[in-house]
Design a protein around this ligand. Structure first.
Ligand SMILES: [Zn+2]
Length: 350
């Protein structure tokens, strides 16, 4: 009897496990990746590594930019997007010192970097997914530090004259703005700096420094209230997908002139012969396989994962539940170790 009931128990357990496994897997498959990554509050306790591409990937072992530094403040703290690859965070701290030396207020105001484990976001940004992109406000850091509430509420200031087509507002744009953007472009690890086409045009017309650096400054929609710094894949990161290098030259050419035609601003013409295709959200299975392991990896506490071990002004936030609990809340099922992907080596605690 004992052996029969034992067999039944084992069978029941096997059925239960299979059911749980399939259920979790199906639920994860049915949940857009932005919801999975958007719910995680802390980084993975794993080696720092960008996985995938700027606009399709995730991030292992992120560190946080301290909310406050001598020459920077992180903005919109509630968004919890102060996380990046350590090389990105180190660069931002360096840039903040250099910007202050250029007379850019008392330093920089830093917008979004990435979510704690990177990945797609619930709001904004196609890129910023692997910890190598960061937004910098076109407003300098004021001498008097901003409170957490001011960092939530302070409006952006556009550098454009909205009464004209694609024109920089010369009442706001100064030589220091130009110097700060070009300073960002000057670092060897910076691959691209994205600005509004009107700002690129202004730089093309006025920049008398090293013109070869202008090629890194790329015109793109938006980016009139902030500029966007993108760094190369750090050395030795085999799973970071490199972007094609920028074309030689200053980029003050046809590629810029195109932005001043009607084409980029015209609404797309619907093709009457094509059936409308409903856009499909990016799923976990669309991202590099290692991203499932990054999601499932244990968390590293925020204080421990703050770059440079700096003082934290973010401790008023309630302690975040473990990422596994967060994901479970979303998919409504326990997270199984369904990821037959090696988890990157745990990073030793410092
Ligand atoms: Zn950006």
């Amino acid at each position: 009897m004992a052996s029969i009931s034992g067999k039944i128990l084992r069978l029941a357990a096997a059925v239960f496990l299979c059911g749980a496994f399939a259920g979790t897997s199906a639920a994860q498959e049915g949940t857009p990746a932005k919801q999975l990554f958007g719910a995680v509050k802390l980084p993975s306790r794993t080696e720092a590594e960008p996985l995938g591409f700027y606009a399709k990937g995730c991030m292992s072992g992120a560190v946080a930019l301290p909310t406050d530094g001598p020459t920077w403040q992180a903005m919109r703290l509630s968004r919890n997007r102060r996380w990046g690859n350590p090389e990105m965070i180190a660069l931002l701290e360096q840039f903040s010192r250099d910007a202050a030396k250029l007379g850019w207020g008392s330093g920089i105001l830093v917008g979004d970097i990435s979510q704690p484990r990177g990945g797609p976001m619930l709001t904004g940004h196609a890129s910023h997914q692997i910890g190598l992109d960061a937004d910098i406000w076109f407003t300098p850091k004021p001498t008097q530090p901003l409170t957490a509430q001011q960092r939530e509420d302070m409006p952006f200031t556009s550098m454009l004259d909205k009464s004209k087509f694609l024109t920089v507002d010369t009442r706001r744009w100064t030589n220091t703005h130009a110097n700060v953007v070009m300073q960002a472009a000057s670092y060897p690890q910076v691959e691209r700096v994205f600005v509004n086409p009107a700002i690129k045009k202004k730089l093309c017309e006025t920049w008398t420094g090293d013109r070869s650096l202008l090629g890194k400054v790329r015109p793109i929609y938006g980016h009139d209230e902030h500029f966007h710094i993108r760094i190369h894949c750090p050395a030795g990161t085999a799973n970071c997908q490199r972007q094609a290098p920028v074309a030689k030259g200053d980029g003050c050419d046809k590629s810029l002139a195109w932005w001043f035609t009607k084409e980029p601003w015209a609404p797309p013409k619907p093709d009457p012969n094509k059936k409308p295709v409903k856009p499909r959200p990016v799923m976990l299975s669309d991202l590099p396989k290692a991203c499932a392991a990054v999601l499932a990896a244990p968390s590293r506490p925020e204080e421990d994962a703050t770059f440079g071990g700096g003082a934290m002004a973010y401790t008023s936030q309630p302690a975040a539940p473990s990422p596994a609990e967060n994901i479970e809340a979303i998919i409504g099922k326990p997270l199984s170790a369904s990821m037959a992907v090696p988890i990157p080596t745990p990073r030793p605690l410092q």
